[in-house]
Every structure is written in C-alpha cells, then in structure tokens.
Design a protein around this ligand. Structure first.
Ligand SMILES: Nc1ncnc2c1ncn2[C@@H]1O[C@H](COP(=O)(O)OP(=O)(O)OP(=O)(O)O)[C@@H](O)[C@H]1O
Ligand SMILES: C[C@@](O)(CCOP(=O)(O)O)CC(=O)O
Length: 522
C-alpha cells in the first residue's frame, strides 16, 4: 500500500491546529486540473474490496480556475488574468482589501457569492449565495439563478467550503468566480458542421450546446471535475499550490466524499483515485467510511467531514490501496479509445450484474477469481515491460514478446467478460463490440483491445504499437465501419470514432504556470 506520509505527523497537537498550519495568504487566482480515466481491467470486480482494478489516467483533463472577487470593479494585482477580467462585472481583488459594496447577509457577515461558469456550454452558469449552517452543519450554497442545478458543482462547493472554513476557522470566505474548462475529448462534437478551428480557443472547444445536450464519451468528467474543483478551492483557501502533491491523500478523501454525495451512491471510486493520483493499481475503500457522514447542514457535519478527510477516526480508517502510482505504459506502446457513440446505462448494468452475482455466488466467485488472476498477470507484464530498457539489440525481440504476451492476456480477459455478459445477461461485451474488437485486433500493430469499465456501448480501449501508421490503418478501418452481426442486446454500431485522447499517467496538478491558455474564456 503506498500512501503519502502525513505532512503533519506530530500526534500530540490538536488536529484542527495541525490543519491550520497549512494556512497561507490566499492568492487571487488558483488553477488546478485533474485527468479522466480508463479502467483497463477490473470493471465490476473493483466494486468489491477482495478484487482490484488497473486504471489509466488520460491526457484529457478538466481544469478549474478560481478567482477571488470583489463587488466593485478595480484593476487587478498583477496575475495573468487581470486584463481579460477588466470587462467583467466583478473584478479580481487583492485579498487584503475590504470588499467594498458587499451586502450584509442575515448573520451580519458580508454576503458572499460564488459564480461558476462552464463557458464551453450554453447557459452553463450557476450563481450561488454562501450560507453557514447552524450547529456546525457546515457551509452550504444555494443556487439563485434559474436553470438546471449541477449537483457535482454544488456538492463540491459545499464539501470544500465546509472543510476549508473549518480548517481555517474563519467565517470570511470572500466571493469567488470559478471557471470550468474541459479538454475536448470528454464530449463528442455534435456541432461539427461549424468551423471547428474558430470554436477552439486555448485548445478548448466551444461545444455550442447545453451540458444536458452534450454527448459524453465516458472519460469520467464528473470525477475529474469534482477532484479539480475541491482541490482548487482547498488550495485557494488553505495551502500553497506547490503542496498539492503532499495534500493528495486528504484531497482524495474529500473528493471521494463529495463525488459519492453528488451521485447519491458510494461507488468504487476508482475514477476519483485516478483523478487524484494518476494511473494506478486501485483497491477500493470500505463503503462504511462514508456511510455515517450524513448530509451537509446536519448538526456537526463539519466535524464529521473534517475527521473523514483527515482520517482521524481509528474505528474507520481509510483503507484505499494504491500501487504503481503514476505508472507508465511500456515504451513503444500507446493507449487509444474508440467511441462507438451508442451510450450505456452504467447504474442499471451494475445493479443487474451484482444481482446475478448474489444469486449465483459460487459460479460468480470462480469467474471473478479467474478474471482477477488474469488481470493481475496483465498488470505484472505491463509493469515488467514498462521498466524494460529498449536498447536497440533487444528492442525487436522484447517488443515481439511484449505484444504476444499482452495480446494473449487481453484476449483471455475478453473471454471472461464474454462469459459475464452471457451469464448475467448484461451487455458488458455485447456482440457488436466483440465484432469490433475482433476486427481491430486483426489490424497490424494493434496489440489488443477490451471494453473498459462497465463495458456496454461505451468507447473501447486499445493498446497499440505507438506508431502513426497503426493509427492510419485504424482510421481506414473505421471510415466505413458499421456492425454487421445481430447484437444480443439490440445494439448497432453506425460509426466508430477514434478519440484524440492518450495515456496521461499524472493525477491532480497545479496549472497556475500554464493558466494563460484560459485567458480568452474568463
Ligand atoms: N464541463 C463541465 N462543466 C460543468 N459540469 C460538468 C462538466 N462535465 C461534467 N459535468 C457534471 O458532471 C455530470 C456528468 O457526470 P456523469 O457521472 O454522468 O458522467 P461521467 O463522469 O462523464 O461518466 P462516466 O463515469 O461514464 O465516464 C454532468 O451532468 C455535470 O453535472
Ligand atoms: C462497473 C464499475 O466497476 C466500473 C464503471 O466504469 P466506467 O464508469 O464504465 O468507466 C463501477 C465502479 O467501479 O464504480
């Protein structure tokens, strides 16, 4: 188990005091990003702590920019965004200046507001007023503009503000502007008729549709968003951005809690694991850790959240296991995703698979064990080869061996997933995706492919020889590709699209140095 050491290990000090040591003067602007994921192996198995998963972080990231606001307009204080914010209604402030014109809330404190924008989408603006709850219930935001709520944004704000205001022991949060920018591969571009170059600014596309109408590609946008958002807020209020890596464990705990609350269930959390730590071998936490947290606003919520994030309850220690954190693919191997644009229903699939497992325990356990053993072999081989130095004499022999071994293991994983599909009657690897994976496996330079995560009609993941010719050959195959077989669940593949996303390996990251690319969006 690899866990970051506690940055404040002196146990004789009060935990609240320890946390407050992290306090630094808050900057005007904080920028943080977190990656998407692909669960190469371990779908369904990873829901159970007896099993595990191998998750790769992707180079598609969600970026969050937090800016301190004041109500009157004034020139900023020298950060990269000041000039572009001059035309904004509210300006960036120096934290030490009074908030001129701030209104008074019911409790005599200046009213604090948070405006969140996701400007790549139409009408994606959420304006919140910040309230403190009685009896230690924490900090809760209320949306004050019309339009659909965004549970992932709202819950992340509630959790991060409750945690930071408790840690900082401060009633003064100040008003904030938050901008969310997602790398383009999180969504299919349904607006491709218009000039796509003109709609790309700083590498981020204007999708021209509402978030509700956007077609997700299944890269884990909500986990990357929650991780980047809570990390940006915690960094903004309580620590120096350079300490992001040291704080990863706490940010992980906070992001898991917020993500589970927002989605209304405790999942395996592998997507948050990858968003925080990057590519890794993942064993889930015991769900009971989050079950007693209760809701924001309930009495003493802030204390329970603090204790959960800081891992202070000896009766319920965090037991997530991470290994091979930041692992890379073997040299000369690349990961690609091919979107089949059919969509799938993960929650109902999970329910059905778990129900089948419950009803057929012995048979299911055997299948789970066999699949786990095979997945572990695959992980071991990938790790072994990722450490192989490809010197020229050995290069071709090592590559041939790697491709053969990995290909066989991926094929074997698929056999087990096909059995799971047939037995549980859930389209984990439905026949149209079997046909597609068989076809791509015949392309020279493709090592193997699987349906990652929950499977279904989501994008398939391929390991390929890292060579542009392989990509070209795949593009040719996809040009006119359509499924021909009759699907066992009624699916049909009308087109296949190779996503631009690749393996990324790195988890949550301070983006302040790169933040100029956001300038045209704020
Ligand atoms: N760019 C964004 N801006 C604001 N909110 C977003 C953005 N992207 C995702 N979200 C939030 O996350 C929700 C999508 O989360 P959901 O868990 O359904 O998808 P996902 O995480 O991409 O899926 P999967 O786990 O299958 O990869 C959206 O409804 C919205 O609330
Ligand atoms: C089925 C499951 O094991 C994986 C779901 O993965 P994905 O969201 O399809 O990438 C569910 C989970 O782990 O929370």
């Amino acid at each position: 188990m690899t866990r970051d050491p506690n940055p404040f290990p002196s146990s004789h000090l009060q935990p609240r005091y320890l946390a407050s040591l992290m306090l630094v003067h808050p900057p005007n602007t904080t920028a943080v990003s977190a990656p998407g994921k692909v669960l190469l192996t371990g779908g369904y198995l990873v829901l159970d702590r007896d099993y595990s998963g191998t998750v790769f972080a992707l180079d598609a990231r969600i970026h969050v920019l937090v800016q301190q606001l004041q109500r009157d307009r004034r020139p900023g204080s020298g950060d990269p965004f000041t000039s572009s914010l001059d035309t904004a209604k509210e300006g960036v402030v120096d934290e030490e200046e009074p908030q001129a014109g701030a209104t008074q809330a019911f409790d005599g404190q200046p009213e604090e507001n948070i405006i969140v924008r996701s400007p790549q989408f139409r009408d994606a603006v959420w304006e919140y007023v910040v309230r403190r709850c009685e009896n230690g219930g924490g900090v809760k935001v209320s949306q004050r503009n019309e339009g659909p709520r965004n549970p992932f944004v709202e819950t992340s704000l509630n959790y991060a503000l409750t945690y930071t205001s408790y840690v900082a022991d401060s009633q003064d949060l100040g008003s904030l502007s938050v901008t969310i920018l997602a790398d383009n591969d999180y969504y299919s571009d349904t607006n491709s008729g218009n000039d796509s170059a003109a709609r790309n600014r700083g590498g981020f596309r204007d999708f021209g549709v509402t978030l509700q109408d956007a077609h997700k590609t299944g890269l884990g946008s909500s986990a990357a968003l929650v991780t980047a958002l809570v990390s940006a807020l915690v960094t903004h209020r309580t620590m120096h951005p350079d300490d992001l890596v040291v704080a990863r464990e706490k940010l992980h705990n906070l992001a898991q809690a917020a993500h589970c609350a927002a989605q209304g269930k405790v999942g395996s959390g592998f997507d948050i694991g990858a968003a925080v730590f990057g590519s890794c071998f993942y064993r889930r936490f015991s769900p009971s850790i989050l079950e007693r947290l209760g809701e924001v606003g309930s009495p003493s919520f802030e204390e329970r959240l603090f204790s959960t994030v800081e891992d202070l309850d000896p009766a319920q220690p965090w037991d997530t296991e991470f290994a091979d954190v930041g692992m890379k693919l073997p040299p000369g191997v690349q990961l690609i995703l091919c979107d089949v644009d059919c969509g799938s229903q993960t929650p109902s699939m999970v329910r059905k698979v778990l129900e089948w497992r419950k009803q057929n325990r012995e048979e299911a356990d055997q299948l789970w064990d066999d699949l786990q053993a095979n997945n572990e072999k695959l992980r071991t081989e990938l790790r072994r080869f990722s450490h192989t130095r490809m010197s020229s004499e050995f290069e071709s022999a090592a590559i041939v061996e790697l491709h053969k071994t990995v290909r066989g293991l991926m094929q074997q994983s698929r056999n087990y997933l096909q059995q799971m599909t047939a037995k549980s009657e859930v389209p984990i690897e439905p026949r149209v995706q079997t046909e597609l994976l068989d076809a791509v496996s015949q392309v020279e330079g493709v090592i193997g492919g699987v349906v990652p995560g929950a499977g279904g009609y989501d994008a398939v993941a391929l390991l390929i020889k890292d060579d542009i010719d392989v990509v070209i050959r795949l593009r040719m195959l996809f040009e006119k590709y359509q499924s021909k077989v009759e699907d066992d669940f009624g699916g049909k593949i009308e087109r296949v699209r190779m996503l631009g996303v690749r393996h990324g390996s790195e988890g949550v990251r301070n983006e302040y140095q790169n933040a100029r690319r956001y300038a045209t969006w704020v």
